[in-house]
Design a protein around this ligand. Sequence first.
Ligand SMILES: Cc1ncc(C[n+]2csc(CCOP(=O)(O)OP(=O)(O)O)c2C)c(N)n1
Length: 287
Amino acid sequence: MMGSKKNNTAIKDLEEISRQIRGTLIGMSHKARAPHLGSALSCIDILIALHWKVMDNKSDLYGKRDKFIISKGHAASALYAALAFNGMIPMDLLDTYCEPGSDLEEHPGPRYLPGVEAATGSLGHGLSLGAGIALADRLQKQDNQVFVVISDGECNEGSVWEAAMYASGQNLKRLCAIIDFNKWQATGRSCEVTGLEPLVKKWEAFGWHTLSVDGHNMKSLVNVLKKIHRKSDRPTAVIAHTVKGKGVSFMEDDNNWHYKIPSKEEVFLAKKELGVLKESPIEKKRA
Ligand SMILES: Cc1ncc(C[n+]2csc(CCOP(=O)(O)OP(=O)(O)O)c2C)c(N)n1
């Protein structure tokens, strides 16, 4: 059955993978001189829980598989790293991140890569795309799930709420929106830019089954996300409480890391703190 991935990776191993991927993301940002590192560190645990323990996105590359859209496309590095560490794309490809001609563009491009379902980055469109895909899959009598990670900043956009109304109106119960609620957007605190709260009540009012979770607690994330498929008779919103820049003390909750690129010394300090200075066993597999 789709959406009930059998994966024996223990939670503590997922936490180790999470540390390693964080180190890789920091290195990628430095090498490519690419911003949005804080944004990637904010959502990476959600992506790991989904890709390792929840989604079955490998069984049929051409249709009958769980699907994932990173609507906050500026955090594409998190998706690429999750796909590489999970064996969906070659590890070596990460070295080409943001290089001219690479499939790993700073925002997910329209070219085909397994696990990249949509071109995103113009914020506010991923949920509509997810709703369309969930509808198409239902018409084809598939029971796969569609997961969309959206940012709290995207909740500024009317298109998100149009998609939310559409999904509940059409009862797209295989659609799940995960809101990466790190309380920041590019220009300030999300709840000061718009009246975002009460976020749970808003999603509920739009007809969604709504849950909250600590977006960095791997065990809770896996538990919550695994349950959705069997329980839902409506689309589900998961409000994941996260910290922008999570994992590195001098990046956590500092919105400068939305755009800032780590220097060589900052890469060293961050990796040292994460305990990933040594090349990881997974990284060693790079041919
Ligand atoms: C439609 C649109 N407007 C503006 C931008 C520029 N932009 C990139 S990231 C960002 C906001 C980042 O905040 P948030 O969306 O909450 O993401 P996070 O804090 O998780 O990085 C903005 C305004 C964009 N990509 N798309």
